[in-house]
Design a binder for this molecule. Structure first.
Ligand code: UDX
Ligand code: ADP
Length: 494
């Protein structure tokens, strides 16, 4: 018989109940995979935003993620449930994962850098309020170092004698590949207290992952190392992209080709080939937020030089977006006013409908600032979401969906269309902002024939067959690649 220890008491594994607060991009897929791999564990994902729960219970899941439908279909209604009844399921659970939003603070102390822990704190208070039995509380959302300690204080000061053990179990999945990342993680990281109770809680969570993750891939650390490792991993990854993007500017200035440079340096096993694709900038809900958070922690600890070092990663990312907009505008006779520009791709990367911090927002706003007319096509992002992203203030977008204002009036200069041919028809230029596979196989001769001349392609993801496009007649700008004669003497810096 399989036993796990739960806060010191042996429990039959089929008695374990997991509840996850927050049915978002992390909570939903992670819990679906736990349910699939641990058929004897009951997993309930709860959220206060009812439309999201309704969607999780329907055939149209609230997030697009390859392979997710299949996993959810296999276990929903058996040992995987989605519910808005937050308190009931938290009260019944042995292990509570917390996967709520942690946006960057927009006001007050640490504004623009520190993580806003409002949602986390209210979740912790609710857990303390409704609990009638011992629980392991697991930090799943990325949080600042020492959050666990703060949460522990909230829980223990309101515990009514209940024993809470807090663990940090940061999630490293990347959107678009979430299911395969969860099936075969490079590592699972569990941080906990170095007390006997803390170690028992770590073991209980380890036993859950041990259903499918080899023991050598489950790393256990203290709480603070786990929390900091998540920030550090994202900062290192983002830094790689800013490094290659910084190189891309130098490549354009010197006639080198950034793809060749990436290939050459990536062959060094110490550097490795992954995450070296120059782009219009990194996006996603994590990189910028986590670096700003890291910067804030450094500043709070008096480490100004270290803070400035990481700040620069975000600055280069902003620079890359501005540089791209400047290339577009300067190539097109220094103005895009009244010109139709097709935007191919709006999501922050392919295979997701997520637009949080997508570089497309900055690029589109830059072009709109120069009075361009935008025709936007993305295979997964709905029109309302694009309009909302372009018209709403950033601080509103970071909020959980139920707290966001209703979408303001749509921007007139922006239309969202159903395919790339409609987007490019009659356009002066095309900006490729997401690397969707389907953009590689479009009929570019047909597209060229239907565009204004000269016809431009600005490839922000280096996914186009540049030689072929040039043969057709396009003037092409590709990030970090030798420039067309047309672009050579034009100003490109921000
Ligand atoms: C990231 C981390 O990879 C993941 O471990 C963490 O859990 C959450 O944050 P995610 O943001 O979902 O995942 O996607 P990721 O694949 O890391 O891409 C982030 C951004 O970097 C995207 O905009 C992507 O297009 C860009 N990118 C990535 C590049 O511009 N070049 C690259 O070489 C790789
Ligand atoms: P992530 O990408 O980290 O998963 P999301 O924004 O996709 O973040 O998901 C976070 C979810 O957490 C949202 O659906 C939001 O409604 C939910 N949420 C926030 N606060 C609470 C709370 N106190 N109780 C339940 N759900 C919450």
């Amino acid at each position: 018989m399989v036993l796990i220890l739960f806060l010191g008491y042996p429990l039959h594994i089929n008695m374990v109940k997991i509840c996850c607060i927050g049915a978002g991009y992390v909570g939903g897929p992670t819990m679906a995979v736990i349910a699939l791999k641990c058929p004897k564990i009951e997993v309930v994902v709860v959220d206060i935003f009812e439309p999201r729960i309704i969607a999780w219970n329907s055939d149209q899941l609230p997030i697009y993620e390859p392979g997710l439908d299949d996993v959810v279909k296999q276990c929903r209604g058996k040992n995987l449930f989605f519910s808005k009844d937050v308190e009931k399921h938290v009260a019944e659970a042995d292990i509570v994962f917390v996967s709520v939003n942690t946006p960057t603070k927009t006001q007050g102390l640490g504004a623009g850098k520190a993580a806003d822990l409002t949602y986390w704190e209210s979740a912790a208070r609710m857990i303390a309020d409704v609990s009638k039995s011992d629980k392991i509380v697991v930090e799943k959302s990325t949080v600042p170092v020492k959050t666990a300690e703060a949460i522990e204080k909230i829980l223990t000061h309101n515990s009514k004698g209940i024993n809470f053990q807090i663990l940090s179990n940061p999630e490293f999945l990347a959107e678009g590949t979430a299911i395969q990342d969860l099936f075969k993680p490079d590592r699972v990281l569990i941080g906990g207290r170095e007390t006997p109770e803390g170690q028992k809680a770590i073991q209980a969570l380890k036993d859950v992952y041990a259903h499918w993750v080899p023991a050598e891939r489950i790393i256990c650390t203290n709480l603070w190392s786990a929390e900091l490792s998540k920030l550090a991993a994202n900062a290192f990854l983002a830094q790689r992209i800013s490094s290659v993007n910084a190189m891309s500017a130098l490549c354009e200035a010197t006639g080198a080709d950034v793809s060749q440079v990436s290939h050459a340096i990536g062959k060094d096993t110490r550097i490795g080939p992954k995450f070296l694709n120059a782009s219009v900038g990194f996006g996603g809900s994590c990189f910028q937020k986590d670096i700003l958070n890291l910067v804030y922690i450094c500043e709070c600890n008096g480490l100004t030089e270290v803070a400035n070092y990481w700040k620069q990663v975000v600055r280069v990312n902003e620079y890359q977006k501005t540089r791209f907009v400047n290339r577009v505008v300067s190539s097109m006779f220094n103005t895009v006013s009244g010109k139709k520009i097709a935007i191919l791709g709006f999501a922050f990367k392919k295979d997701t409908g997520d637009t949080r911090e997508t570089p497309a927002i900055g690029v589109c706003q830059g072009l709109l600032g120069d009075k361009a007319i935008l025709s936007i096509y993305d295979p997964q992002v709905p029109q309302e979401q694009i309009q909302r992203d372009l018209s709403m203030h950033k601080s509103e977008l970071d909020k959980p969906p139920h707290l966001r204002p209703v979408s303001p009036v749509a921007i007139e200069q922006v239309t969202c269309v159903r395919d790339a041919y409609e987007a490019t028809k009659g356009a002066h230029g095309i900006c490729v902002l997401t690397e969707w596979d389907e953009f590689k196989t479009l009929d570019y001769q047909k597209i060229y024939n239907d565009m204004q001349k000269p016809a431009f392609v600005f490839d922000g993801r280096n996914v186009m067959d540049v030689d072929k496009l040039r043969q057709i007649g396009f003037i092409v700008y590709s990030i970090g690649k030798p420039l067309d004669a047309w672009l050579k003497d034009m100003p490109a810096v921000a």
